[in-house]
Design a protein around this ligand. Structure first.
Ligand SMILES: [Zn+2]
Length: 153
């Protein structure tokens, strides 16, 4: 069989292309990383019951594909779960100007996040796409899967 040179080898030693994260994927990753449902993230933003549906719909729309919001109605001081600056960078800047984000949870290095040992999250030394929190979670899942496989054998 004829071997085809890979695209990466043709690019020389340029870095492999990073997957572009969209703003809606970012919001969804951050919400899931916080372990929150749409109803839970919306709850601090409505008081009167007749507003609940609209507020929840607003948060649902933040995760809707191909919608880029230019205004985000989340005020400082409320418990928010994603960076509005990062959101705008993903929505408005070309991919090469996007901030570096964890592909597992959307963490950026300017945001405070703790890993599962209670330390400040950092970039994984083994997988530069991941933060240490996601690396720990992955290692835990891998060891659980390995145990299950051994158990089944
Ligand atoms: Zn992460």
């Amino acid at each position: 069989m004829r071997s085809v040179p890979s695209l990466l080898s043709m690019l020389g030693d340029q870095e492999p292309p990073r997957r572009v994260m969209t703003p809606w994927q970012y919001v969804r990753l951050r919400r899931r990383a916080a372990g929150l449902s749409i109803a839970q993230v919306a709850a601090p933003f409505w008081v009167r019951p007749e507003h609940q549906h609209d507020v929840e719909q607003y948060f649902r729309n933040l995760e809707a594909e191909n919608l880029r919001h230019q205004r985000i109605y989340i005020t400082e001081g409320k418990p928010y779960f994603f960076s509005i600056d990062v959101y705008h960078q993903l929505a408005n800047l070309p991919a090469h100007q996007h901030p570096r984000l964890c592909t597992g949870c959307g963490w950026d290095e300017h945001s405070v996040q703790y890993d599962h040992n209670g330390n400040d999250a950092n970039w994984s030394a083994d997988d530069p796409q991941l933060c240490t929190r996601c690396e720990q979670a992955r290692a835990w899942e891998d060891s659980r899967a390995a145990k299950a496989t051994r158990h089944a054998a």
